[in-house]
Design a protein around this ligand. Structure first.
Ligand code: HEM
Length: 418
């Protein structure tokens, strides 16, 4: 058996926080290996990358989630007791409840609602001095997500609830102040959703039976009991809050349209192009750096021994740009997805493997349809200027977005606006 190459340094937590998205790719390059050992948060961790590595990582015979996720993630990003950390039968049952909400007709519902809220905003943008795309996308998605989930959102609380959901998403990158903001936001967000669950259970609110508000309030587990109100609120949140993460990708996509102007014509002409463009935006731009799991039972992979209970980190960003899977991996080329043969393991911006039996993101279809319909909408229906600004983004900050938050001006509806 080969010894796993080891990164320099006693504990690399601080280097990770400092180097952000580049930490894992940098170490791999330095050590010349897609597998290496390091210490993170005082624990031994084996870091892996690439298509084959992601295939073993998403093999539920080899890996489990129990005890893998650092506590701060539960306290701010995902919530205590959420499906992200579950295994086996319990996870499968919980996942089934989630997936029952993401049927094709419900995906279409969200697309329609999101476009409606975008259209309402455009009427305001026409009269605005400038429009900050990142902020506007967050609010549109908060409005659409709540409507879709059957969660009432009063006009005067739109800003607060949007901010809270973004603070939770923005909390994962290792900054203490952002983590604190995320935790405060989660407390308020969960209290709000617990009241909604109580209201639905008492019949004071009647969301439609196909919405998350209804399903998470009334669903009964195999033991015949409903979720505790705490779990119901956490999972109701997980049914629509992550939609706001799409604001990062939407902003990057609008940036890509600006930096690759030839794509705008293609988005207008070719009905298949918006899908390829959305996929390439999810592959190329950084959002999720990595995922963690623990070895369930001993196994050997590529001659390296993986011992039970070892913490394993899968390099998500690095796998999406791995040269073994992608030609010219560091270039933005939507056409690479034209007739792409597909792989559940090389293209993993929202996790890999199977949506139903594994941990792959339940909201992937929602994300892709919102992205592709928004990019098409921007290309076909709007004209605008992108003034001089700092459009660069840091690879050290996680998550990241253009420094200027992407400002546009002189927004006008195209002649054939629809
Ligand atoms: C899981 C990313 C949007 C709901 C995940 C995972 C990732 C991810 C990386 C974990 C995969 C793993 O555990 O290995 C993203 C990104 C999004 C996004 C980048 C958009 C930019 C959404 C949306 C929803 C959603 C729109 C729902 C409305 C979920 C749920 C899980 C999950 C419920 C847990 C799945 C499980 O553990 O079985 N997502 N997601 N996500 N996501 Fe998303």
């Amino acid at each position: 058996k080969k010894p796993v190459p080891r990164a320099k340094g006693i504990d690399n937590s601080l280097t990770l926080i400092k180097e952000g998205f580049q930490f894992l790719p940098n170490q791999r390059q330095e050590l010349g290996s897609d597998i290496f050992e390091t210490r993170l948060l005082g624990k031994k961790a084996v870091c892996i990358a690439g298509e084959e590595a992601s295939e073993i990582f998403y093999d539920t015979e080899k890996f489990k989630r129990e005890g893998a996720m650092p506590k701060p993630f539960k306290m701010s990003l995902f919530g205590e007791g959420s499906l992200h950390g579950m295994d086996g039968e319990a996870h499968l049952n919980r996942k089934r409840t989630f997936l029952s909400m993401f049927t094709p007709d419900r995906v279409e519902d969200l697309k329609r609602m999101a476009i409606k809220h975008l259209d309402e905003k455009v009427s305001k943008w026409e009269h605005a001095d400038e429009v900050v795309i990142f902020d506007e996308m967050q609010e549109i998605l908060a409005r659409a997500g709540c409507e879709w989930a059957g969660v009432p959102l009063e006009e005067e609380e739109v800003k607060q609830r949007t901010r809270e959901m973004i603070d939770m998403i923005d909390s994962f990158g290792g900054s203490l102040s952002r983590f604190k903001d995320g935790k405060i936001a989660r407390n308020s967000h969960e209290a709000w959703l617990q009241d909604i669950v109580k209201g639905v259970r008492k019949g004071k609110m009647s969301p439609k039976p196909n919405t998350a508000a209804y399903i998470m309030s009334h669903h009964r587990e195999n033991n015949g009991k409903r979720f505790d109100k705490e779990i119901a609120a956490v999972e109701l949140s997980n049914s629509f809050r992550p939609l706001l993460a799409t604001a990062y990708f939407l902003t990057f996509g609008v940036l890509a349209m600006h930096e690759h102007p030839e794509t705008v014509e293609k988005l207008k002409q070719n009905p298949k192009y918006s899908h390829m463009f959305a996929q390439e935006t999810r592959r190329y731009y950084p959002f999720v750096p990595a995922m963690v799991a623990k070895v369930k039972k001993n196994f050997t992979f590529k001659g390296y021994k993986f011992k039970k209970d070892t913490l394993v980190v899968l390099d998500i960003f690095g796998t999406n740009r791995h040269p073994d899977s992608w030609d010219d991996a560091d270039s933005f080329i939507p056409e690479r997805f034209d007739g792409w043969k597909g792989s559940p393991f090389s293209f993993i911006p929202q996790g890999g493997g199977d949506h139903h039996t594994g941990h792959r993101c339940a909201g992937e279809w929602l994300t892709v349809i919102v992205m592709s319909s928004f990019f098409e909408f921007f290309a076909k229906n709007l004209t605008y200027d992108v003034p001089e600004q700092d459009l660069s983004f840091s690879l050290e900050r996680m998550p990241t977005f253009p420094n200027s938050r992407l400002v546009i001006k002189n927004v006008k509806k195209a002649a054939d606006y629809e």
